[in-house]
Ligand binder design. Structure first.
Ligand code: NAD
Length: 418
């Protein structure tokens, strides 16, 4: 799979912001503010490794914009992460929060390391060092991190503990995506996948498709893919194809998702499941279906394979799974693409619910979280559709225009200090 460099990714993101600002006729100064981060903090983290050696890891936190609320965004542990990539991801968070209409700005953090090659102890020491280095930059009213690629609820627990020890009081609200046992929210784990399912349902309604008999293909059977599959099966859809990095399964009558999940839990893959025929990991992208959900990695649908897509709707579970060339091919074929910035915003929406519960010392039941997520996403889906219609552009551009417009409005209302 082609991986865009951090530099290209950042340039592409700046281009999207620029085009949206142009369509909205924003003044030059506001455009400049929207394009660049407010703060970039780089840290070098000395960490004692298990073998006794001392290593220094590079990390950063990029705070893009806080006009609508405290900075918010995940922390990525990946060996190829760099400042340009994190800057792009931070900007995307600003607009993702704005499209979801939650009171957050955008930020992102990164540490250049390979978490798969590190022990639990090494990961814990890196995380605690990173938190200590940034203890005056993050906080429940300033900048609230969350998990991203390579980090998880356990990472968030170490951050809560380190930050709380340094501040001398318990501050679970400094991060979201925590384990439920230390103040995480019900429904956070399933939120992104469930949000993808809600968007898929809205898109099908818009296209006049019958949700009850709809066929779905999903690439990637991890956190996002599995919860999207479960939520869509709950809605009566047939999940006809799924794949993970090792291979896939196909059955036009629909795969039994519960049993397939059980098999995946036992063996680590969908490969070898008793029902359905075997297909390749990427073949799932070319299956004839109503909705295709790429929920694995970026750049899954490219100029090279977009012509083979036989879905009526693509709902982006992953971040950036459709390349700009593929986007153009799909547009010409009349395929509706629900963009990542809207489709996978369920995670940040429930992160907002988690933060709210923590600040109020409240605890919401799962049903309440699910209901609030559904209400918010369906409402914002309609707003994105309206914006796309108003400007005569595809949903991806519509979502960006809506996000940029909301942030620009906040900036103009706040004015400049001094
Ligand atoms: P995950 O690691 O849990 O799952 C990824 C899945 O993709 C795995 O099943 C893996 O086997 C599969 N995969 C990898 N390469 C593949 C290939 N070539 N073909 C088919 N399958 C392949 O990750 P996740 O948390 O589900 O995230 C998936 C995507 O969604 C990422 O792009 C991530 O950035 C994005 N995302 C996740 C969240 C979240 O809350 N988890 C939120 C927003 C966006």
């Amino acid at each position: 799979m082609y991986q865009m460099s951090g530099k290209d990714f950042y340039r592409d993101t700046l281009g999207r912001i620029e085009r949206s600002a142009e369509r909205l006729g924003l003044e030059e100064g506001i455009r400049e503010i929207l394009k660049y981060p407010r703060r970039v903090v780089e840290v070098y983290l000395p960490v004692r490794m298990d073998d006794g050696s001392l290593k220094v890891f590079w990390g950063c936190r990029v705070q893009h914009n806080s006009a609508r609320g405290p900075y918010k965004g995940g922390i990525r542990y990946h060996e190829s992460t760099d400042l340009e990539e994190v800057k792009a991801l931070a900007a995307l968070m600003t607009f993702k929060s704005a499209v979801a209409d939650i009171p957050f700005g955008g930020a992102k953090g990164g540490v250049a390391c390979n978490p798969k090659a590190l022990s639990r102890g090494e990961l814990e020491r890196i995380t605690r060092r990173y938190t200590a280095a940034l203890a005056n930059d993050i906080g429940p009213y300033t900048d609230i991190p969350a998990p991203d690629v390579g980090t998880n609820p356990q990472t968030m627990a170490w951050i809560v503990d380190t930050y709380s020890q340094l501040k001398g009081r318990k501050v679970p609200e400094v991060v979201t995506g925590k384990p439920v046992s230390i103040g995480g929210s019900q429904g956070r784990e399933e939120a992104t996948g469930r949000g993808v399912a809600i968007c898929a349902e809205e898109a099908m309604r818009h296209m006049g498709l019958d949700v009850q008999s709809a066929s779905i293909a999903i690439q990637g059977f991890g956190n996002v893919g599995t919860y999207a599959a479960l939520a869509l099966a709950e809605r009566g859809c047939r999940i006809i194809a799924v794949s993970d990095s090792r291979g896939g399964k196909y059955d036009p009558r629909g795969l039994p998702i519960g049993a397939l999940l059980e098999h995946k839990r036992r063996t680590g893959s969908v490969v070898g499941f008793k029902d359905g025929s075997d297909i390749g990991s990427d073949q799932v992208l070319e299956v004839e279906c109503d909705v295709l959900i790429p929920a694995a990695l970026q750049n899954a649908i490219t100029g090279g394979n977009a012509n083979g897509v036989r879905a009526k709707i693509v709902v982006e579970g992953a971040n950036g799974p459709t390349s700009p060339e593929a986007d153009e091919v799909l547009r010409r074929k009349g395929v509706m693409v629900v963009p990542d910035i809207l489709a996978n915003s369920g995670g940040v929406i429930v992160s907002y619910f988690e933060w709210t519960q923590n600040l109020r010392r409240e605890y919401w039941e799962l049903e309440e979280v699910r209901e609030k997520l559904e209400r918010r996403l369906t409402c914002q889906f309609k707003k994105v559709l309206e914006t796309s219609d108003e400007f005569g552009v595809p949903l991806r551009d519509g979502a960006f225009i809506l996000g940029v417009k909301r942030v620009a409005e906040a900036l103009e209302t706040l004015g400049l200090f001094p």
